[in-house]
Design a protein around this ligand. Structure first.
Ligand code: GDD
Ligand code: MN
Length: 373
């Protein structure tokens, strides 16, 4: 006779818990235990969405799931971001409700049960665990700098979404999976602020209920968001306001390009005035310098989610960037000269050349320098 199927395996799946991870290897197993303590043995699953962590988080999760099928792993290669990881989770589960939480134990799984009960009972469409609601605490966190940043960001966010909630940047929330999936096609998916993204996209607005939480210190490893957080937030605001007209990444690329012009001029004048170089040599050095500067800054900022890190990748990227930009420069000069020959004034002809050159550089480099093809 076959062995009886344990109750856990037969309880219908109700809740998926999405854990976005980046180097959280030692946090997974203890977190599963805490989730089980909070929710009981069945009716839930955990989706670890790992962005190819170098500490072997995905491997560790796969090991655990060999004996615990409630745990599944999605390992993403060449992609980055907390928000897009959460989206991946929404689309990969059959559970009717989905929660997103940090894998580092800063979020207490004990809140999952009341949050689920509240959404199921229709008290609100989204349950949000809040660090700043009445009764919450962040004492163990002990990061006054981050708290201050959060309070500024929260004020902006409330204005943007029109939803009055105390912690729109929270990384811990729960909602019906169908609601999340319905919004996915219109989410920006950039950076970390997935809850804000959902709330700003929903029309009519979603109803929200706050759950005060005690935000603890992280259990092991280090925060990945400290440095990126302010930048991601601004990029997200831009994306929601103008992103449809000029895509965020292109806007960044173009801004870097403008800074490149400044660098170009600085090098050119330095060569001419300080080193007595001829104009041709100065211009050549400045072009090379500006291209290298642009490569570095784009790698650091525009493509921070697929940043080239190893020396070999950097060298290859730098050379391909210079090749790509040379083609762009050629297109730029060709178009501008043609227009000029047809009697278009100098300034508009030059600007059209620059615009065409930049779009071309952007298209080539996003594909051949930072993309996979
Ligand atoms: N897959 C994936 N990809 N996971 C990521 C990435 C990423 O690019 N970046 C961070 N994570 C994971 C971490 O491994 C962790 O499980 C969770 O997302 C939160 O990251 P932390 O690095 O622990 O963030 P934090 O503690 O500094 O930030 C807290 O405050 C933010 C708002 O101020 C968290 O609670 C965030 O969720 C919250 O948005
Ligand atoms: Mn954390």
């Amino acid at each position: 006779m076959p062995a009886p199927i344990p109750a856990a395996a037969t309880a219908p799946l109700e809740l998926a818990i999405v854990l976005p991870t980046l180097n959280e290897r030692d946090n997974i197993a203890p977190l599963i235990e805490r989730i089980e303590a909070a929710l009981g043995t069945g009716g839930w699953e955990v989706l670890v969405v790992d962005d190819n962590s170098s500490d072997g988080t995905a491997e560790e999760a796969r090991q655990l799931s060999l004996t615990d099928p409630r745990l599944r792993v999605i390992q993403r290669i060449g992609r980055r971001g907390l928000a897009s990881a959460a989206i991946e989770g929404f689309c990969a589960t059959a559970a009717p409700y989905v929660a997103v939480m940090d894998a580092d134990h800063q979020h207490d799984p004990a809140l999952l049960r009341p949050m689920l009960a509240s959404v199921k009972a229709g008290e609100a469409e989204v349950a949000v665990a809040s660090r700043f609601a009445e009764g919450a605490s962040t004492a163990e966190w002990n990061r006054p700098d981050r708290e201050k940043l959060s309070s500024i960001a929260n004020r902006l966010a409330r204005r943007l979404t029109g939803v009055d909630l105390s912690d729109p940047m929270s990384g811990y929330f729960l909602l019906p999976t169908a609601t999340a999936r319905r919004l996915v096609p219109n989410l920006s998916g950039i950076g970390f602020k997935i809850l804000l993204d959902l709330l700003a996209t929903a029309n009519p607005p979603l109803t929200v209920k706050d759950f005060p939480m005690n935000f603890s210190a992280r259990r092991s490893g280090e925060s990945k968001l400290d440095r990126a957080i302010a930048f991601d937030f601004l990029a997200g605001l831009y994306d929601k306001s103008f992103g449809r007209i000029i895509p965020t990444r292109f806007a960044l690329f173009a801004t870097v390009g403008v800074l490149g012009v400044v660098v170009h001029m600085a090098i050119l004048y330095a060569c001419l005035l300080a080193f007595g170089a001829t104009f041709a040599w100065g211009q050549a050095a400045a072009t090379f310098g500006a291209m290298s500067f642009n490569f570095w800054l784009n790698n650091w900022l525009t493509y921070r989610d697929s940043r080239l890190e190893s020396a070999a990748a950097l060298l290859k990227g730098w050379v391909s960037f210079i090749v790509a930009c040379s083609i762009g420069a050629f297109a730029n000069v060709a178009v501008a000269t043609t227009l000029h020959d047809y009697g278009v004034h100098t300034l508009p002809a030059a600007l059209v050349g620059i615009a065409i050159g930049s779009v071309w550089n952007y298209a080539l480099s996003s594909r051949f320098v930072w993309g996979r093809f």
